[in-house]
Design a protein around this ligand. Structure first.
Ligand SMILES: [Fe+2]
Length: 305
């Protein structure tokens, strides 16, 4: 077979994430920036019932996901209904739930302050700030988190704000700063999450992989990242160190592409696992902050279906 026919889609001319393809990148870049939501309000879609969207509501959410890999819905539905994220997800082709060990039996996590024991050892289940990351960065490739939903049941008394940045924009800004940064972070050994062990031994094996990768079948960009400085080993070379510093500058800056939201009851984030953080928060005495989180191996279908 000729070599050209053996190329995967990610390598074919036309993929903007291929560093050798400047022309495709320039065209994609211009279109991406022209369509990217300029403000948080451009991301928000008011819906009557996330469990059963109207055609127009679904199209409006899909439009935002197509432009920014994320959308925020705002609904009057405030009941603590764990079926909600699952039913919403189904309307966008999200069916393969990641059952991580901290999720409840149904695969949907109730993210709330858990106290000192068990889940409380893990930062999402505390009221502390969480630095920039994509979800499941420690997962092996066969459990890659491509999409997720965060649904707010109760908000915090203060704090609990999420910053959001489309990972494609992070790629774009990093490539604009220096294409070598992107090349460094596409190395298959760029980032290692060490094994997690407990008294019984290894609970999760070490996971080594790139930060940015392009799916060979779909040509879609995936990002695996955490800004935490403990329990992470970056490849020990200057190119990776410089690239990580470049990415940190982008995330710490005042990019107009970073949008911030404090989810209120009935609101939620539907996204293709974009970069996000969480500010510290305090709970009121009556209703602790409660977020349902569902993670999927599928990517959001944005067709108008
Ligand atoms: Fe997260």
């Amino acid at each position: 077979m000729p070599v050209a026919l053996q190329r995967t889609r990610a390598e074919r001319p036309g993929n903007p994430f291929d560093l050798r393809n400047e022309r495709a990148y320039r065209e994609w870049r211009a279109a991406k920036l022209a369509r990217y939501p300029a403000s948080l309000s451009d991301l928000v879609v008011r819906v009557r019932d996330p469990r059963a969207l109207t055609r127009e509501e679904r199209q409006a959410l899909a439009d935002r996901c197509g432009r920014a890999n994320m959308a925020i819905y705002a609904s009057p539905y405030t009941a603590p209904d764990k079926e909600l994220p699952r039913l919403l997800a189904c309307q966008f082709g999200l069916t393969r739930l990641d059952h991580n060990w901290l999720a409840d039996d149904d695969g949907i996590s109730s993210v709330t302050v858990a106290g000192e024991a068990g889940r409380g050892d893990y930062i999402p289940y505390t009221n502390r700030a969480i630095r920039w990351h994509t979800d499941g960065y420690y997962n092996p490739p066969d459990r890659r988190i491509r999409a997720m939903i965060l649904h707010c049941v109760n908000e915090a008394a203060t704090g609990g704000e999420n910053a959001l940045l489309d990972h494609e924009i992070a790629y774009l800004q990093l490539r604009d700063a220096d294409p070598e940064f992107v090349a460094a972070l596409m190395q298959p050994d760029a980032m290692t999450i060490p094994a997690r062990t407990d008294d019984a031994g290894v609970v999760r094996a070490a996971e080594t992989g790139p930060v940015f990768s392009v799916d060979p079948d779909s040509g879609v960009l995936h990002m695996r990242y955490t800004a935490r400085t403990r329990s992470i080993e970056w490849k020990d070379d200057k190119a990776v160190r410089d690239a990580v510093a470049g990415l940190e500058r982008i995330l710490a800056g005042a990019s107009p592409c970073i949008h911030r939201v404090t989810l209120q009851p009935g609101m939620g984030l539907l996204c293709n696992n974009v970069l996000h953080d969480r500010s510290a928060f305090t709970d009121g005495p009556a209703r602790p902050r409660l977020i349902f989180r569902a993670r999927y191996y599928d990517r959001i279908q944005v067709d108008t279906g």
